[in-house]
Design a protein around this ligand. Structure first.
Ligand code: SF4
Length: 578
């Protein structure tokens, strides 16, 4: 129970859709979502991201289809054209729920369609439909045209045109972001997927499930980060704007500074006041951390307001909201788009002003004018301009809105992340800033190697359940293990889940190492080792100590069982894994 044991195998070259079995031992060992997708990539991870045979996989988890809090989510997995690493991203919404209700744990899409196509899934039936009339259309129009067919996920012009940070947009406004999987989908000429399904997900032990769910809800209610006066349910992730300003770690003007005097213009309370923000959220989630304007327009997340704001020196909230909406409509990642504009601004000696941003974003999506170069992301742009130092990225993924000089666990986690400069692989902000589950000294590397390793494993398990990481501001793997056990009838405690997370992490690391990644890639942009951040109000933000960073990285490798170069010492770990 919990799994359907089926995936839909779609070959766009041959135009075929067929249901296949997924071996039970693989489901038990990798759960679903990120873990299942990563396992299914085993025979394909060496392919170029744009090779027609490169799969793109959408996978739900065993909790999806039940009323486990935050579990109506899926993960999308492929190889990123931006970073070259294995890549996954999760997103919430009805699409995931309906995929499970159609009797599927995953959709595995390979090949390349001769013409633009839509994959339409309706219960046991799946077919490829022509989508020539939708090609070139924005996300809203595409979703509106297909909504009679159920839930929709689609790419916009950015994905069609191969922008390396193109998103796949869920019809309800969430995005599969950051690593450019929208461009992988566009390369296959797959404009959208629709899904309708009416099946239900049985629960093996209803009494145990209800007790575990009640525990999760109690912990949510007790969490100040979730339901507190200034928590994410009230203000969304922009609740972090004031906190990051107080901590002097809000990336500003391409990370040349860490404090932006006008950040109050786009803080959580300011957005609520100016945009009449109301609560929204992923299907079935009690937290409802997303916010929409009175007119129903999706409002930006913390990373987006900071990067279209401080990172580009822009203080106009309405310009930031417009930039967010435009990225969603064109199907582009807001963090990478804004960070690439910021790198461009530093290289040319002038950050874009608020009135210039919209036209630059449109140029990126259509790869016209300066947009042709900007569409490649900051690392390639900076190298092309002869200023590689202005790309604030790790493994070519632009860094989000937590300056690593203000949180050393974050510094290490950016470096070790298997998908490049990402805050969510280990999310040390939880303990370094939000003091959950216990506070750690943000200006110390001491103990961080072990903490980051454990957090990476935990988050790999969470991404495979698939649950939302924000749930873990309140709950723990203990309660989610109980939910999983109750749904599936298979006993999963927190240690078993961590072991699954470790298996997934090491598989990803192995794929990356086989594709040429090593210790040389596990580092930070030079600026963080040589320039201080913006101190003030008794806080000093010095450069990161390079020697301590290297020592902690070596310690991390030892704890992970890796060699000094961050590799596997010639071992093929895939032979040891299910
Ligand atoms: S907490 Fe927010 S992002 Fe997470 S599932 Fe709920 S609404 Fe979605």
């Amino acid at each position: 129970m919990g799994w359907t044991g089926k995936l839909l195998h779609v070959d766009l070259t041959r135009g075929t859709c067929e249901r296949r079995e997924i071996p039970t031992e693989i489901l038990h060992a990798y759960l679903g979502g990120r873990g299942l997708g990563v396992r299914l990539m085993r025979d394909f991870f060496r392919l170029d991201p744009f090779d027609p045979d490169m799969p793109i996989i959408f996978a739900v988890g065993p909790l999806c289809g039940t009323n486990s809090p935050t579990a109506a989510r899926l993960a999308c997995v492929s190889r990123s054209p931006l970073t070259g690493t294995i890549y996954d991203c999760s997103a919430g919404g009805r699409f995931a729920w309906r995929l499970k209700a159609a009797g599927l744990d995953a959709v595995f899409i390979t090949g390349q369609s001769a013409h633009p196509a839509v994959l339409a899934i309706d219960g046991a039936r799946a077919e490829l439909l022509p989508a020539g009339s939708l090609w070139g259309k924005g996300v809203k129009e595409t979703v509106a045209s297909l909504k009679e067919r159920g839930s929709v996920t689609a790419i916009g012009p950015a994905g069609e045109n191969g922008v390396l940070f193109a998103n796949i947009m869920m019809g309800e406004g969430n995005s599969i972001g950051r690593g450019g999987l929208g461009a992988v989908m566009g390369g296959k000429r797959l404009k959208a997927i629709t899904v309708q399904g009416e099946g239900t997900t049985p629960v093996a032990d209803r009494e145990r499930f209800d007790a575990a769910r009640a525990d999760v809800m109690r912990l949510f209610r007790a969490s100040p980060v979730i339901f507190g006066e200034l928590g994410i349910s009230e203000y969304g992730t922009p609740a972090l704007v004031d906190l990051m300003a107080q901590r002097r770690m809000a990336p500003t003007e391409n990370f040349r500074a860490t404090f932006f005097a006008d950040s109050g213009n786009y803080s959580g309370p300011a957005i609520k006041r100016e945009c009449g923000a109301k609560k929204e959220g992923c299907y079935g989630c009690p937290i409802q951390c997303k916010k929409a304007s009175a007119q129903g327009e999706a409002l930006p997340e913390y990373e987006t307001v900071n990067h279209f704001g401080a990172l580009n020196g822009i203080s106009d909230l309405h310009a930031i909201v417009r930039a967010n909406s435009l990225c969603n409509e064109l199907g582009m990642d807001t963090i990478s788009a804004a960070a690439t504009l910021s790198a461009f601004g530093e290289a040319r000696g002038r950050f874009p002003d608020a009135s210039e941003v919209a036209s630059l974003l449109a140029d990126i999506a259509h790869r016209s004018g300066d947009g042709a170069l900007l569409s490649l992301g900051s690392r390639r742009l900076a190298e092309h301009l002869g200023h590689s130092e202005v790309s604030m990225s790790v493994k070519s993924l632009e860094l989000p809105a937590y300056d690593p000089r203000g949180a050393y666990g974050m510094a290490l986690a950016y470096a070790t992340s298997n998908r490049g400069g990402c805050h969510l692989r280990a999310y040390p902000i939880s303990h370094e800033i939000l003091r959950k589950p216990v506070p750690t000294d943000r200006f110390s590397f001491s103990g961080k190697a072990r903490i980051i390793k454990i957090a990476e494993d935990v988050n790999a398990a969470v991404d495979s359940l698939v649950a939302c990481k924000f749930a873990f501001f309140g709950a723990t793997l203990e309660e989610y293990g109980e939910l999983l056990t109750a749904v599936t009838g298979v006993e999963y405690g927190p240690e078993a889940l961590k072991a699954i997370g470790e298996r997934i992490y090491l598989t990803e690391r192995f794929y990356n190492c086989e594709n040429g990644f090593s210790r040389k890639d596990d580092t930070l942009p030079e600026r963080f080792f040589t320039e201080p951040g913006s101190g003030g109000e008794g806080i000093d933000v010095p450069p990161v100590d390079r020697e301590r960073f290297s020592e902690e990285l070596q310690k991390y490798y030892r704890i992970r069982g890796l060699d000094e170069n961050g590799g596997f010492g010639g071992r093929n770990i895939l032979e040891e894994l299910p």
